[in-house]
Design a protein around this ligand. Structure first.
Ligand SMILES: C[S@@+](CC[C@H](N)C(=O)[O-])C[C@H]1O[C@@H](n2cnc3c(N)ncnc32)[C@H](O)[C@@H]1O
Length: 207
């Protein structure tokens, strides 16, 4: 898996296909969450979420674990202030302090993994979170019925094909990460759908 090749094109491709919808999904709950102290952002990409996040929470200490050096370079240019540490690593191998983050952020990240990888990734993230952590997740999902479901399936299949060819992601189809997040002790507290139910923003809370 390597997003270096696609990194310079990620922004315009996203805008071409989705306009502002992905960015709106990333930042849907940024100003509603309880102010976090230590934040782990996994697979941040080119820094659009992070730029907005540090404006809203300038005091938070953020560790951003991102496997692509080119994505990190783009993100660094967007972050003018704040306490952000970039760690260029595969999250699965990164050495991070357990039970130390009171906010996890995974936007369009969990969908990169396949059946055999996803449970380990969710377990690693959950193990890094505190007992009262919040978790922001934005991702694609399939609308329940109708034409929107049919359309979304086609677009999601095309995206998987594209990212498998250009970035070598292991995922082949959308998986439901929710049971894994729930069994790690998190409860869904807020959800927003957009793009006819194809894009989902969620706020989870561990109690
Ligand atoms: C589909 S992009 C999403 C980027 C961004 N979060 C967004 O909202 O669009 C997935 C990002 O996760 C990173 N990534 C994928 N697998 C990773 C892993 N195992 N460890 C760290 N970063 C990873 C990729 O380099 C890429 O920047």
């Amino acid at each position: 898996m390597n997003f270096n090749q696609v990194a310079p094109h990620y922004r315009w491709l996203e805008t071409l296909v989705f306009g502002r919808k992905l960015q709106e999904a990333r930042i849907a709950f940024v100003r509603q969450i309880a102010p976090p102290r230590r934040v782990l952002v996994a697979g941040e990409g080119n820094g659009r979420f992070l730029a907005e996040f540090v404006r809203a929470h300038p005091g938070a200490e953020v560790d951003c674990v991102e496997a692509s050096a080119r994505m990190i370079a783009l993100a660094r240019r967007r972050i003018q202030f704040g306490h952000v540490q970039f760690i260029c690593a595969d999250l699965r191998e990164a050495k991070l302090q357990r039970q130390s983050y009171d906010l996890l952020v995974t936007h369009f990240f969990l969908d990169c993994f396949a059946e055999q990888g996803l449970p380990g990734v969710v377990a690693k993230l959950a193990g890094l979170a505190t007992a009262d952590a919040q978790w922001l997740i934005a991702d694609f999902c399939e609308p329940a019925t109708g034409w929107a479901r049919f359309q979304a399936r086609g677009l999601i299949a095309a995206m998987y094909f594209f990212f498998r060819v250009t970035a070598g992601i292991e995922g082949r189809r959308l998986l439901d990460y929710q049971p894994l997040v729930r069994s790690a002790g998190f409860c869904l507290t807020s959800q927003r759908l957009s793009a006819n139910g194809m894009i989902r923003s969620q706020l989870w809370q561990r109690k």
